[in-house]
Design a binder for this molecule. Structure first.
Ligand SMILES: [Zn+2]
Length: 172
């Protein structure tokens, strides 16, 4: 049996496991929430919306290019392009993706911002903005650990996101 599994894995090293993922029952609207207090983001005062249709090509590419060992996250990654394809751009309301979809999307939040695919709700301005200023400061490296603070501001200068970041480098 083990030998058969070994052979299979040699032939298909990145076999996709259909995870225990339940696709959302609701149709996606024009906008998806990717960060914000409404979805429990601890370090975000502002709410970041991504225009679903604008990332359709990215989602298709991403589903084929990246693979996760977390089954439900992989399921979400594979379903995301379909959810977006079937979304309703005439519905101006906001959709909240499930947790697994959020894990897939959140790693790319600053890419979506740079590519101009977002809107930001600023709680101080009480309005939506089309741009977000992403910055970092206090960059430091101590041996194998790099730390910095990432900060997002609305165009009026209000801080809508502030978070200590850390990366541990693997050096041999
Ligand atoms: Zn503002």
């Amino acid at each position: 049996m083990e030998e058969a599994i070994d052979l299979f894995e040699t032939k298909f090293p990145a076999a996709i496991r259909q995870g225990n993922y339940d696709p959302p029952k609701v149709r996606c609207s024009k906008w998806m929430v990717v960060r914000g207090p409404v979805i429990g983001s601890k370090h975000h005062r502002g709410t970041l919306l991504v225009e679903a249709k604008s990332i359709e090509a990215w989602a298709k590419h991403h589903a084929g290019a990246v693979w996760s060992t977390v089954q439900s996250e992989q399921g979400a990654r594979e379903y995301l392009p379909t959810w977006i394809e079937e979304s309703d751009p005439s519905d101006e309301s906001v959709s909240i993706p499930d947790e697994d979809m959020l894990s897939v999307l959140q790693g790319y939040d600053e890419n979506f911002i740079k590519d101009g695919r977002v809107q930001l709700w600023c709680p101080d301005c009480r309005t939506l903005h089309n741009t977000v200023d992403c910055g970092t400061y206090d960059n430091e490296r101590m041996g194998k650990i790099s730390t910095w603070v990432s900060e997002w501001r609305c165009p009026e200068g209000h801080v809508v996101h502030n978070e200590d970041q850390e990366i541990r480098w693997i050096i041999r």
